[in-house]
Design a binder for this molecule. Structure first.
Ligand SMILES: [Zn+2]
Length: 476
């Protein structure tokens, strides 16, 4: 029997606002527990909710980059449930009039291009976080995340493989991070994804029993969870032994399995009703136009510009536009050093390897673009050679040194005096007579060894090409 997997996604993305959705507390990640809490987001009775205008604008931006219809009137509702990380006893969200509907996102996998359609995007507040302390057997609650603004992007059941799901999440991350909607860092929980999955006989148009998988915090975990869960459904259908029930399941990354959490609730279980404290938000054409106007270049536009206007390769352009941060570094450095191919080589070849050596992801690289550009110029005008420059790059990244001043102070300028280099070449040949003889007898490979000896004498500061040609001259 042939089966097909049908999936829909609910993706939560934290909006890049400075403050929370309904109070003035900081929305920044990484503060000490309960540092960013006030009576409003702690759920004290009688505290009014005041809507964050920036969150609405980022919601509009999320809609624009996903080709969605933007509502002209959007409203907020209460979703009622009890859980210790939700101090008010309800979550403020949008059920009846979400900010966006009917969008789409194009994804590309090895199978080709495909349009994923979106049912809606709505704005809502996040919940707090429970911290379970195994030593004392207690659970503590951190309300810093309570009421941080999110958008939830609800897709239609358009996905048929884990590859499509991953391509879609990567696309959303690119669209939203370039538009400044969110930093979309999965490791910090600012992008999270629930997958609704069902399996049916191929060709059938009746959907099978649906389960929802939660608690996945990396693309790798998502792909693994989808594969595991679709196999579980197929096994159940084949043997008829296990009855599938509509439920929410938790992914355990260590065990590599999903576990039942609870029966899947329907909307009626939450007793939604319009939130009487928050007035409907009216969105004018002018407001939408202003948000559209303020949107920066998308990854796709940047890719087109890099390949067509700057003449860069598809490979290079893809790496740079695959990360919002790398794109910013590219643009920032180009302002001071206008040689695109060299800037790309420095970013992909040197900056990334130095950053990874220091255990930094590309999103967390912090570098002064002007100093980075200065370093490139020092190599370009042959003040220092590339190896010396690489060592200076580490110091630019870790200590913020000024490359030109550092070269001056430490006398790292390239040895350009030909007589000095020739003297070192002759010394090296005399001290390594056997290798020099080997070279003369046709062993080309030994030249690298001799170049190394000369460079060492010149403290690594000569132009390797000049050393190379002077060595050849003196050996023949
Ligand atoms: Zn607050």
């Amino acid at each position: 029997m042939k089966y097909e997997v049908v999936m829909g996604l609910e993706v939560h993305v934290e909006l890049s606002t400075a403050s929370k959705l309904f109070c003035g507390c900081s929305a920044k990640f990484g503060a000490d527990a309960n540092e960013n809490v006030c009576p409003a987001c702690a759920g004290m009775p009688g505290m009014p909710a005041v809507l964050n205008k920036k969150a609405i604008e980022l919601g509009i931006a999320a809609g624009l980059v996903t080709h969605s219809e933007i509502a002209r009137k959007t409203t907020f509702d209460k979703k009622n449930y009890f859980y210790p990380d939700l101090p008010t006893g309800y979550q403020i969200t949008q059920l009846f009039a979400p900010i966006c509907r009917n969008g789409w996102v194009e994804v590309e996998t090895e199978a080709g291009k495909k349009k994923i359609t979106l049912k809606q995007i709505h704005i809502e507040e996040d919940a707090g976080k429970l911290i379970h302390d195994g030593r004392t057997g207690t659970s503590l609650v951190d309300f810093n995340r309570t009421s941080v603004p999110l958008v939830e992007i609800v897709s239609n059941p358009d996905f048929q493989s884990a590859e499509e799901v991953i391509a879609y999440l990567e696309k959303l991350r690119s669209l939203f991070s370039f538009a400044g909607v969110s930093d979309c860092k999965m490791q910090e929980g600012s992008m999270r994804c629930d997958v609704n999955i069902s399996v049916r006989e191929a060709g059938s148009n009746v959907l099978g029993t649906r389960t929802e998988i939660k608690n996945m915090n990396s693309l790798k975990a998502i792909a693994a969870a989808i594969r595991y869960e679709s196999e579980r459904h197929i096994d159940a259908l084949e043997t008829g032994g296990e009855v599938l029930v509509q439920e929410t399941r938790r992914w355990d990354d260590n065990a590599g399995e999903t576990f039942s959490m609870r029966g899947k609730e329907d909307a009626t279980d939450y007793r939604y009703f319009p939130n009487p404290e928050i007035m409907p938000v009216m969105i004018s054409d002018e407001w939408i136009a202003a948000v559209r106007e303020s949107l920066p270049e998308t990854a796709e536009e940047k890719y087109a510009r890099m390949t067509a206007e700057l003449g860069l390769s598809e490979y290079d352009s893809k790496i740079i536009t695959g990360s919002k941060r790398l794109s910013e570094i590219f643009d920032g450095t180009m302002q001071y050093f206008n040689k695109p191919k060299e800037v790309v080589n420095w970013i992909i070849g040197d900056l990334l390897s130095v950053a990874r050596g220091g255990n930094k992801g590309e999103d967390d690289i912090e570098i002064d673009c002007e100093k980075f550009a200065k370093l490139m110029a020092l190599v370009d005008n042959k003040t220092v050679n590339r190896n010396v420059a690489k060592k200076i790059l580490v110091l630019v990244l870790t200590e913020g040194v000024d490359p030109a001043a550092y070269v001056e102070e430490n006398k790292l300028g390239m040895v350009g005096d030909k007589t000095v280099i020739v003297a070192a070449v002759r010394e090296a040949i005399a001290e390594n007579a056997k290798q020099a003889e080997d070279y003369k007898n046709g062993n080309e490979k030994i030249l690298g060894f001799l170049v190394g000896k000369v460079m060492k004498k010149l403290e690594g500061k000569a132009d390797p090409q000049m050393v190379n040609s002077l060595l050849r001259e003196n050996l023949t």
